[in-house]
Design a protein around this ligand. Structure first.
Ligand code: AMP
Length: 284
């Protein structure tokens, strides 16, 4: 299939016209939703998308409805020209950059609520966040109608919430998770890492180190409560304050886990200064 350079769309209708042409030629379309400020972790998703499909659409939308009133919506990093250059370099076919007024027209009044899965972990500290995510992702999936959409395991709860919404609402799309890309010292790549000053950047890899240690301890038959307590103490000593959660959960339902029998995940969210970091690792 011949590939034109990156096409850029700011509204759904012209994007869909382009997509209709691709579909007529039998192309398998992959969507990678992002909030921009792209880094190598996002590019790993683009690479996977290229490998799994014929045409790749990347969306960039800093979705206001998934940020709380005291969160970083207004200061979230935005660098559209750099993002577009990275997407072009990655061989992405189309960039979709919807406008807020297009996504949320006057009298917008519908929301997707995924119950249960969204109650704990990040959901407990970010009221409305996953409803905003599920709503905007449902809209993006309806607008683009991809065969496949990719999401990072970095945002593990988000991945499960989207899988569940897609299943519950019979959306005709396959959802795949992509493993977390990390810096050499273990820090998960994140757009928010650019908020970290040198001191915080030096401390940040402790988060992954603690998660990895707990996962290893659990695999070796260690006691979850003791491992988590040690982990919390290590994070506090490294300057993480507050540690919002550090927990072991079932990898499918996010239900609390005491003894690991089924696939499990260790997950954490903690602040370093004003920057909120999240990360998670698989057990076993
Ligand atoms: P964001 O722009 O932060 O909303 O992220 C867009 C997508 O990239 C989400 O599916 C994230 O989970 C994924 N992502 C972000 N960071 C990473 C990373 N370090 N490794 C893999 N995927 C990531």
């Amino acid at each position: 299939m011949s590939h034109a350079p990156l096409a850029r769309f700011t509204a759904a209708a012209p994007l869909r016209a382009e997509l209709a042409g691709w579909r007529r030629s039998g192309a398998r379309v992959v969507l990678v939703p992002t909030m921009g400020a792209l880094h190598a972790g996002h590019l790993a998703l683009m690479e996977r998308a290229k490998a799994l499909g014929d045409r790749v659409v990347a969306s960039i939308f800093v979705n206001p409805t998934q940020f709380g009133p005291n969160e970083d919506f207004s200061r979230y990093p935005r660098d559209t020209e750099a993002d577009l250059a990275l997407l072009a370099g990655a061989g992405v076919d189309a960039a979709y950059l919807p406008e807020v007024a297009g996504m949320y027209p006057e009298h917008f009044s519908t929301r997707i609520e995924v119950e249960g899965l969204t109650e704990g972990l990040c959901g407990a500290y970010r009221p409305g966040h996953f409803s905003g995510v599920a709503t905007v992702v449902t809209k993006l999936l309806n607008q683009v109608q991809p065969d496949l959409a990719l999401f990072g395991e970095k945002d593990f709860q988000q991945l499960l919430v989207i899988r569940r919404a897609v299943r519950d609402l019979d959306l005709p799309v396959e959802i795949q998770g992509v493993p977390t890309l990390r810096e050499a010292d273990g820090l998960a790549l994140s757009s928010r890492n650019r908020y970290l000053d040198a001191d915080a950047r030096a401390r940040a890899p402790r988060l992954h180190a603690v998660l990895a240690r707990i996962a290893e301890g659990l695999s070796a038959g260690g006691d979850a409560a003791r491992l988590l307590e040690e982990g919390r103490a290590t994070l506090a000593a490294a300057g993480f304050d507050p540690v919002q959660y550090l927990d072991v959960r079932d990898a499918e339902t996010l239900a609390p886990v005491e003894r690991v029998a089924r696939p499990a995940r260790v997950l954490a969210a903690a602040y370093l200064g004003r920057t909120r970091l999240i990360d998670n690792v698989a057990v076993g």
